[in-house]
Design a protein around this ligand. Structure first.
Ligand code: ZN
Length: 198
């Protein structure tokens, strides 16, 4: 039996496809949107479309940006010889919030996971290796301390070692299995400062 009109069902279905949104939340969002003023709904729909059409990967570090180069990569105040490798743009933002890191980043958009069938070719590793042909002093591996994060760190360090570039790994001030984005800034800083050479 259909409880809702077709259009409402469709809207609920679309919302429930979003990460972290269960059926109940999807219903709540759908009702909320229906009750919003027309121009607010248009603005929301428009913002989603414009963002989708303009946001892209930074040509250098692969984070999300609406320019060819993100503000960090295009800044001459940053140390472009120090590259911190993170799993996703949220981790980059976590480190930026500490306001202590002056290097640049590389965003992998994931981690190697043999269990989930995610291999080195499925993340932005090729782009990182390309960057290492430039002038680089240090690569700081700041992937999460989950199994996937550690696997990725090991893989990258093995890949970089032959180039002679210094490779470091952030300290384990980050709790095992911890997601970087949920860790407070002090812990992040401690992990960064206590990084060890691989
Ligand atoms: Zn960038």
């Amino acid at each position: 039996m259909e409880f809702y009109s077709g259009q409402i069902s469709k809207l609920i279905e679309q919302f429930s496809k979003l990460p972290g949104i269960g059926v109940k939340s999807a219903q709540r969002l759908a009702y909320h949107v229906i009750n919003m003023p027309q121009e607010q709904v248009e603005e929301l729909a428009n913002t989603i479309l414009v963002a989708k059409n303009t946001v892209r990967y930074c040509k250098q570090c692969c984070t999300l940006t609406d320019q060819e180069l993100c503000p960090i990569c295009s800044s001459d105040k940053r140390n472009h010889k120090q590259i911190m490798v993170v799993e996703n743009p949220r981790d980059l933002i976590a480190y930026e919030k500490t306001q202590k890191y002056e290097g640049v980043y590389h965003v992998l958009h994931g981690a190697i996971s043999p269990m989930l069938g995610i291999g080195p070719q499925d993340i932005r590793l090729k782009e990182l290796i390309m960057r290492l042909q430039g002038d680089v002093d240090e690569v700081i591996i700041a992937t999460n301390s989950s199994l996937e994060g550690e696997t990725t760190a090991m893989y990258i360090s093995k890949l970089i070692k032959p180039t002679g570039i210094k490779v470091t790994r952030i300290a384990s001030g980050v709790p095992v299995g911890g997601d970087l984005e949920y860790i407070d800034e002090v812990t992040l800083l401690r992990a960064f400062e206590g990084r060890t050479e691989l």
